[in-house]
Ligand binder design. Structure first.
Ligand SMILES: Cc1cc2nc3c(=O)[nH]c(=O)nc-3n(C[C@H](O)[C@H](O)[C@H](O)COP(=O)(O)OP(=O)(O)OC[C@H]3O[C@@H](n4cnc5c(N)ncnc54)[C@H](O)[C@@H]3O)c2cc1C
Length: 401
């Protein structure tokens, strides 16, 4: 085992958590993380929250310094992209001209924002993924009067919250008939989104953006298919992400539009020495369906499973329920488990500041969405992970069907 060399492609949350978990599980071989960005691994959740409204510096979002990593026996190479991999020779080719060998490879290259507007003005239109994106958006929001967010997902609504707190007039445009459509049933999504509308954000669904107006190359407005033109100094495109797996595709790795396909142990399908953690990959669930969870906590859970399996050559599976939080308009939203394949939805409280909604399939709890109820979140995670029958769940028993 001490001769093992784990190479981690990507040096952000997924890469870092895997490296740290490997050391915690007693892995004694070498660990090298290779990342394209110049920073040590940093945290992304603050980028759509406090970084947009406060004077937060880069050092405040760094998760672990290069020195701390070195102290844990983890080598970090920054500013280097992995361009190719040979899975039989077990080597990667890097943008610095070097090839690096491995015995096990972990793909943790994350995702990049989807940008469907190739012809967007150069000034005034943003996406948000990196620290630099957040710092550029922060300085634009500080001066903006009219902010348009394209896409009513969680990150879009968090940016709307930040922009509104800075005093801007904020509009959120969603092409689908309902907001948060990828994450929640419509009635629950509408209750969550009313946190935004109550705070003065104009949320419009069925609003298809077809382009922009500009002066020279500076944004002036956002054009909708119905002929409306909304004045805008800043527009943020938040319409989902694409996994960064191009470097794996040519090598014959199992990759589709969801990313690297992995089994429930984190190993890439039909590949002995390739593993996936984080936003770059989709793991098979117990139902055989591959899902990509772009959730901070879930990534830590995946990393622990992969580290355990690598260190002990075991086949442990991920058993925890997916979990994410979102901070917006002064409230904390928790989303646990799966909502979209539910055959029953119960909304215990529709009041957005105490929302409690639970989802079930064939009589077993599969998911939940709650607002400002952290203690209930812990219980829900346990109940959902163990697929508890709804008849055993106290809040469900007390709810109207
Ligand atoms: C703005 C924002 C806010 C969020 N807020 C929340 C939240 O409130 N709650 C929550 O649960 N989750 C939240 N998330 C989700 C969570 O932070 C992400 O799921 C997580 O950061 C993904 O980590 P990752 O390491 O898989 O991918 P990434 O963080 O994308 O990291 C991948 C890294 O790999 C690098 N890379 C890509 N290709 C290559 C290559 N070929 N070679 C070398 N390096 C490469 C990239 O440059 C990047 O540094 C948020 C995400 C964002 C973007």
């Amino acid at each position: 085992m001490s001769g093992d060399r784990v190479l981690i492609a990507g040096a952000s949350l997924a890469g870092l958590r895997t490296a740290q978990a490997l050391r915690r599980t007693g892995f004694s071989g070498s660990i090298t993380m290779v990342g394209k960005e110049l920073h040590a691994p940093y945290d992304r959740p603050p980028l759509s929250k406090e970084v947009l409204t406060k004077d937060v510096s880069a050092s405040q979002v760094i998760l672990c310094s290069t020195d701390d990593l070195r102290g844990q026996g983890i080598d970090l190479i920054t500013g280097v992209e992995i361009t190719d991999v040979d899975l039989s020779d077990r080597t990667v080719t890097c943008s610095d001209g070097n090839s690096r060998g491995f015995t096990e490879l972990v793909a943790a290259t994350g995702a990049r924002p989807h940008q469907p507007f190739a012809d967007a003005p150069r000034t005034g239109v943003f996406t948000l993924r990196t620290l630099q994106d957040a710092l550029s958006l922060r300085s634009a929001l500080a001066k903006a009067h009219n902010v348009v967010i394209i896409g009513a997902g969680f990150i879009g609504l968090e940016i709307a919250s930040a922009a509104r707190s800075l005093g801007g007039h904020v509009t959120v445009l969603e092409a689908a008939p309902a907001p948060l459509a990828r994450s929640l049933p419509t009635a629950v999504a509408r209750a969550v989104t009313s946190l935004a509308t109550r705070s003065g954000v104009d949320v419009r669904c069925d609003a298809k953006v077809i382009g922009f107006t500009r002066q020279v190359d500076e944004l002036r407005g956002v054009c909708l298919a119905d002929g409306t033109v909304l004045a805008a100094d800043v527009a943020v495109v938040g319409v989902g992400v694409q996994p960064c797996v191009g470097w794996l595709e040519a090598a014959g790795a199992p990759v589709d539009r969801m990313g690297l396909l992995c089994d429930a142990t984190g190993r890439a399908l039909e590949h002995q020495h390739l593993w996936g953690v984080g936003d770059a990959c989709a793991w098979l669930g117990a139902d055989g369906i591959a899902r990509r969870h772009e959730h901070w906590t879930t990534i830590g859970d995946q990393a622990k499973v992969v580290a355990q399996n690598l260190t002990h050559r075991s086949r442990r599976q991920l058993t925890s329920a997916p979990y994410a939080w979102s901070d917006q308009f002064g409230h904390k939203i928790h989303i646990i488990g799966e909502a979209n394949d539910a055959d029953e939805v119960r909304i215990l409280s529709r009041e957005p500041t105490t929302l409690t909604a639970m989802f079930a399939r064939q009589g077993h709890l599969t998911g939940a969405c709650i607002v400002d109820q952290a203690p209930l979140a812990l219980k829900l995670r346990r109940w959902i992970a163990s697929s508890t029958p709804v008849c055993d769940i106290p809040p469900w028993q007390h709810s109207a069907a």
